[in-house]
Design a protein around this ligand. Structure first.
Ligand code: NAP
Length: 216
């Protein structure tokens, strides 16, 4: 498969690129700084330098042309204010959706978050983040694209285990980023996950077994 990852220099994105490169997928990481090209290439991927906030939808569509799937793994980050939750976490995801349609790319896998089912309504930045993610998810789910929405719990560093707890709803918990990346890679290669929203945290069930149970 040829997969383009928006937010390609993110921690989950880079782990995903390594998983996909290891199984001979062609991976392009969409990054916003040319200084990051070497890191992307070290992961076995190719870099496309394009800022999701300032690029036009047409420019982003050009960057997606020929791909089999896109992944939204960008995020404004913990240190950012409410405005960038809308321009990146919602706006970047929405622009990627519109660009995918324009480029004829039908498959879209979203890195979302637990807590987006019923986000809080107050003005805390984290609440704004959850509302921005929730809106991006809702718009994707309402589209004609072949989508999967992956909602991890608290992201942790450290090695992946290859085992998770996942389902439409699971209890809150943490999960190594590497296991999130493995779930994303598995979803990209399993069309049965199209049309599914799944929450995922660390657990004991091998990823393929857990996905089999979700889609059966
Ligand atoms: P991360 O390391 O912060 O990566 C986010 C990436 O988005 C960064 O590489 C950043 O680029 C990129 N980005 C930001 N603005 C951009 C723009 N305008 N154009 C292009 N790229 C842009 O995040 P992560 O740890 O991999 O997590 C991935 C996502 O998981 C998060 O964004 C969040 O939505 C979601 N999530 C997080 C948690 C948690 O516990 N933290 C839990 C559930 C879900 P730079 O490298 O240039 O800064």
């Amino acid at each position: 498969m040829d997969i383009r990852i928006a937010g390609g220099h993110g921690q989950v994105a880079r782990l995903l690129a390594r998983h996909l490169s290891a199984i001979d997928d062609t991976v392009h990481g969409i990054i916003r700084s040319a200084d990051q090209v070497g890191d992307i290439e070290a992961d076995g991927a190719q870099a496309i330098v394009l800022d999701l906030e300032s690029a036009t939808t047409a420019e982003l569509a050009e960057a997606l042309r020929g791909a089999d799937a896109v992944v939204f793994a960008a995020g404004a980050g913990a240190g950012s204010g409410a405005e960038r939750k809308w321009t990146v976490d919602h706006g970047g995801a929405a622009k990627l959706r519109e660009a995918a349609v324009a480029a004829g790319v039908s498959r879209y896998v979203m890195v979302s978050s637990m807590g987006t089912d019923d986000p809080p309504t107050d003005d805390e930045v984290f609440s704004v983040y959850l509302r921005a993610k929730a809106r991006a998810d809702e718009e994707l789910m309402a589209s004609d694209l072949e989508w999967t929405v992956v909602r991890p719990g608290r992201l942790e560093d450290g090695p992946g285990t290859g085992a998770v707890t996942l389902g439409r709803h699971v209890d809150r918990g943490g999960i190594p980023r590497d296991d999130v990346a493995a779930v994303l890679a598995a979803c990209l290669h399993d069309d049965r996950t199209i049309g599914h929203v799944l929450e995922v945290v660390g657990g004991e069930i091998p990823i393929t077994t857990a996905l089999d149970a979700l889609v059966s």
